[in-house]
Design a binder for this molecule. Structure first.
Ligand code: SF4
Length: 285
């Protein structure tokens, strides 16, 4: 995206987000949208973009609520939560705060060594808390800050792990038929990470910029470096990967999750959900 002046940049960026929402019908009249707000630049842009659309007189009426999750990562997450609070307050949006400690009685710092990467339990428990909370507050949809770079990284990681089931989660909208699983939307699905960063800097938005201390060990970090290096040598690579995926798969397809976990009752595609499987590993001395 071309960087012009702040007003033109913002206009182009917000217009692209709105076009995606309209094209894929991500928000419907009367929806209560729960925004997963970590305090990082992507979730903060999602919050600002939806708050602006709420004011657009020619867009359908909808409500917003934000949810933040403290994973319990010492010296890292606190600042993110503060950023989430300040942005939600500035925009007059209610913020519901949850934590691993409160929900599962441990911090990520306490249990991560039992896993190959801290991101494995982190992602599973965070998704579990976000979904449960969104369900409890009666949200119709949950909006996440996944941007174009995140999506392409996830796509390549699924290829690398031969985890083709994950392909069903690709796309700007994840519909599900299970009543306890809140459908998810990704308003930044076709917005590049560098555009999100440019927006935050140009507009002097308070965001959480620190890197998670566990991120460098993850496959995602390595995939991200590979993609950024390739993009700098061959501009357009990321968009080409996204377009290839759109051509190869039906991104409108529905991800069917018919079961409920026999331990906790949360929706799952197996008999026992990933959160309960991971708790078994944690409790196994
Ligand atoms: Fe969690 Fe990994 Fe993200 Fe850190 S980098 S917040 S451990 S998913």
């Amino acid at each position: 995206m071309t960087v012009l002046n702040k007003e033109s940049f913002n206009k182009e960026l917000f217009s692209r987000i709105r076009s995606l929402i309209t094209e894929y019908n991500l928000i419907k009249k009367g929806d209560l949208i729960a925004i997963a707000l970590s305090g990082g630049k992507d979730s903060v842009l999602t919050l600002h973009a939806l708050a602006q659309m709420q004011k657009d007189s020619d867009f359908v009426d909808f409500d917003i609520i934000a949810i933040s999750v403290d994973e319990g990562i010492h010296g890292y997450r606190n600042h993110g939560i503060e950023t989430a609070r300040s942005n939600a307050k500035e925009l007059g949006i209610e913020l519901v705060e949850k934590s691993f400690k409160e929900e599962f009685d441990f911090n990520l710092d306490d249990i991560y060594t039992k896993f190959k990467s801290a991101c494995i339990p982190c992602g599973v428990f965070r998704r579990n808390i976000l979904n449960k909370t969104a369900y409890e507050i009666g949200a119709d949809t949950m909006a996440t800050g996944h941007n174009l770079d995140d999506e392409i990284q996830s796509f390549l990681m699924s290829f690398a792990r031969a985890d083709t089931m994950k392909f069903a989660k690709f796309g700007p909208k994840l519909d599900t038929i299970h009543p306890k699983l809140i459908p998810r939307i990704k308003p930044l699905w076709n917005t590049a990470e560098k555009d999100v960063g440019t927006w935050a800097i140009m507009n002097e938005i308070a965001i959480h910029l620190d890197e998670c201390p566990y991120s460098s060990l993850s496959l995602r970090a390595k995939t991200k470096n590979f993609l950024n290096n390739t993009e700098s040598k061959y501009p357009g690579t990321k968009l080409n990967i996204l377009n290839s995926f759109k051509k190869m798969f039906d991104i409108e397809s529905t991800n069917v999750i018919p079961n409920e976990c026999e331990i906790c009752g949360e929706p799952t595609s197996s008999n026992v959900c990933m959160a309960c499987e991971i708790i078994k590993i944690i409790n196994n001395p």
